[in-house]
Design a binder for this molecule. Structure first.
Ligand SMILES: C[S@@+](CC[C@H](N)C(=O)[O-])C[C@H]1O[C@@H](n2cnc3c(N)ncnc32)[C@H](O)[C@@H]1O
Length: 314
């Protein structure tokens, strides 16, 4: 094994030892093991039970295709030797560092290999082959639990819901109703399947709405919801939308529309992945706005997370 590969092996050994201990202690089986720790090994490595999601950030590496393939194989061999996974269970994805911001939710394959993983007693469908993301954003594990702890008897709204993981947590805690909104039919179906998987699907109180959040919010009467989760993409554009979404430009209007639909005493969890995001707190009509980025950062993202999270009291 060459010197660089030994460095990768040592690093992975060290981080896996540390993180697997913490994961075991917290009974967590899906977590991020490695994220770009060494520049020459620009991977994101996540464990989903007995499977590994290995994303390689593309960069100019100067290798020919054959050399690159060979190098990747050697890296996979290192991973399989250290992590409890079989070679066949390593799912490799190559992601551009600056993915085209408009096609980040598009399909990358059509193998339709879904399997379920457990998180805090709930089940979620994950797909490691067909999309850039897996179906479960591991960095919001703590936030999901926070939402669950407050959901009992409440009317919950999950905006930009993706595969509905927040909705599942809320429904599991006996929310009065859960409304899941997304612009993608695909993800909305996935969210319904996640509810079904947990025996939580109930059309009389859990609703799935295929809509542009910006337009949907304008239709809501005051006092419609008690707790809202809003986790928008940095940018979004689609034929179904009247206008594109730019979270820095639009967050005040978006949040004020959410506040208008939330009951007094209600709560809003707002998250954004835009690393340069600056909140315009004075223009947002909440009673209090608390930055809960640190409090919602799980052990496997410490020092690595570039997203922001806020709790608004209304
Ligand atoms: C960052 S993901 C949300 C992640 C989710 N909250 C979670 O924790 O799993 C963004 C989602 O917003 C959806 N989306 C993008 N633009 C939208 C719009 N204008 N209205 C509704 N949903 C939109 C995408 O389809 C995607 O599912």
């Amino acid at each position: 094994m060459n010197e660089k590969l030994v460095m990768f092996q040592n690093r992975l050994h060290k981080v896996y030892k540390h993180k697997s201990k913490q994961a075991n202690r917290q009974n967590i089986t899906c977590y991020r093991v490695y994220d770009h720790d060494l520049p020459e090994f620009p991977f994101c490595i996540e464990l989903y039970d007995d499977k590994v999601y290995l994303a390689e950030y593309l960069r100019r590496h100067g290798m020919t295709d054959e050399e690159h393939e060979q190098w990747l194989e050697e890296c996979v061999a290192v991973i399989c030797a250290l992590l409890p996974v079989a070679d066949a269970n390593v799912y490799i994805k190559q992601r551009k560092r600056k993915a085209n911001r408009l096609d980040q939710y598009e399909k990358t394959d059509t193998k339709a290999e879904y399997f379920s993983v457990a998180e805090q007693g709930l089940q979620f469908l994950v797909n490691l082959t067909d999309y850039l993301d897996t179906g479960l954003f591991l960095d919001h594990r703590i936030t999901r639990q926070m939402v669950r702890n407050e959901s009992k008897g409440k009317r919950i709204l999950n905006l930009f819901a993706y595969t509905g993981s927040f909705s599942v947590y809320a429904a599991a805690e006996d929310a009065l109703s859960v409304t899941t909104v997304d612009l993608s039919k695909n993800y909305l179906n996935w969210a319904e399947q996640n509810m079904e998987l947990n025996a939580l699907k109930d059309d009389s109180k859990h609703y799935f709405i295929h809509a542009d959040v910006k337009q949907y919010l304008k239709t809501l009467p005051p006092n419609s919801f008690d707790l809202v989760v809003i986790d928008p993409p940095t940018f979004s554009n689609s034929k179904r939308m009247k206008d594109f979404l730019d979270i820095q430009r639009d967050h005040v209007e978006l949040l004020n529309d959410v506040i208008a639909a939330t009951t007094t005493g209600g709560t809003i969890y707002f998250s954004t992945n835009f690393s340069k995001f600056v909140i315009d707190a004075t223009a947002i009509k909440a009673t209090t706005i608390k930055n809960i980025t640190r409090a919602t950062t799980p052990f496997d993202f410490e020092g690595k997370l570039k997203r922001w999270c806020y709790k608004l009291n209304i």
